[in-house]
Design a binder for this molecule. Structure first.
Ligand SMILES: Cc1ncc(COP(=O)(O)O)c(C=O)c1O
Length: 301
């Protein structure tokens, strides 16, 4: 595997950083996770924008504009046109002679920029199946700056482990009475109305400290009927469908919450419709051909 480190593309075995790097010692950094399809980044400007916001919020002096080019070059170097690209920006290591572990950096540091790339399915594969998962509701004990895509993911990892220990694939985080997000995706509920129609809702960014997911943002543009509002954990019980969305999960179906089936416990019409909207958008943005497609297959998570 070829990785990117501070301006160079090198085999992963040769990539070296200082053990004094503030990302390693403090989790002092931000990251992005992007998808390429046929060698090109999807929703690049939204990722660049979020990265720029994270760099500005943390005061890490790195360049966000080079993100798309870096990802596409890395995918090319690895000969992986369909890939997930992880890019991390830390505040870097202290210069020689400076205090090795000071919360306020002892003098200037140069950011460490690292990226790696992992093979993923092609657009045809991703568009022909929908992932399913079981979730466990866990208390959200993370910090209040959820909008910063921090590399400090201990709270997410502890919740994911708690969900796993309870026999689920993923944790759905609850901030008191309010629904927040999953540990690596945002959440959307389909709620049946009295008149037989369906309301689509997702927790608003001002109701709980969650990540402003790029997939969430794109789905809100593609389906303006999705309402952003405070969503109660108790609304899970009346939802006909629960979905999560993210760069690698696209639109995935939650079949069980705390061991109880959601609806019939199988992918519902709203999830299939949103996934199709999303896959069509990827094809449109990246000008990918749309072959005659078989019906979507259910992949168990
Ligand atoms: C906590 C959390 N929420 C939501 C998301 C989804 O964000 P995106 O759609 O940008 O992948 C992620 C992605 O890693 C995440 O870690």
């Amino acid at each position: 595997m070829i990785v990117y480190l501070n301006g160079e593309f090198v085999p992963v075995e040769e990539a070296r950083i200082s053990v004094l790097d503030r990302g390693f010692l403090f989790g002092d950094g931000v990251y992005e996770g992007l998808r390429t399809f046929a060698g090109r980044v999807y929703c690049g400007p939204k990722h660049v924008e979020r990265l720029a916001r994270g760099l500005a919020a943390t005061g890490i002096d790195a360049d966000a504009d080079s993100l798309e080019g870096l990802c596409e070059e890395l995918a090319r170097k690895n000969d992986l046109p369909d890939a997930f690209i992880y890019v991390q920006y830390t505040r870097g290591a202290p210069l020689p002679g400076a205090e090795p572990r000071s919360r306020i950096p002892d003098g200037p540091t140069r950011p460490t920029v690292f990226a790696m790339c992992v093979e993923q399915g092609s657009i045809d594969q991703c568009g022909s199946q929908i992932q399913t998962l079981r979730v466990q509701v866990c208390e959200d004990q993370r910090w209040l700056n959820g909008r910063i895509k921090s590399i400090s993911l201990l709270g997410n990892i502890m919740a994911a482990l708690e969900g796993h220990a309870a026999g689920a694939d993923e944790a759905l985080l609850a901030r008191g009475p309010l629904l927040a997000e999953a540990t690596s995706s945002n959440v959307i509920l389909a709620l049946p109305r009295a008149d037989g129609s369906t309301e689509l809702v997702t927790p608003s960014l001002d109701s709980v400290p969650i990540l402003a997911g790029v997939t969430r943002a794109r789905l809100l543009e593609l389906e303006p009927a999705i309402v952003e509002r405070a969503v109660g954990v108790d609304e899970l019980a009346s939802a006909s469908e629960v979905m999560v969305c993210g760069t690698t999960s696209f639109v995935s179906v939650v079949t069980h919450v705390d061991g109880r089936p959601v609806g019939d416990g199988v992918p519902g019409p709203e999830a299939l419709r949103l996934l199709e909207l999303y896959i069509n958008d990827i094809r449109r943005e990246l000008a990918l051909p749309d072959p005659a497609r078989p019906p979507v297959r259910v992949a168990h998570g």
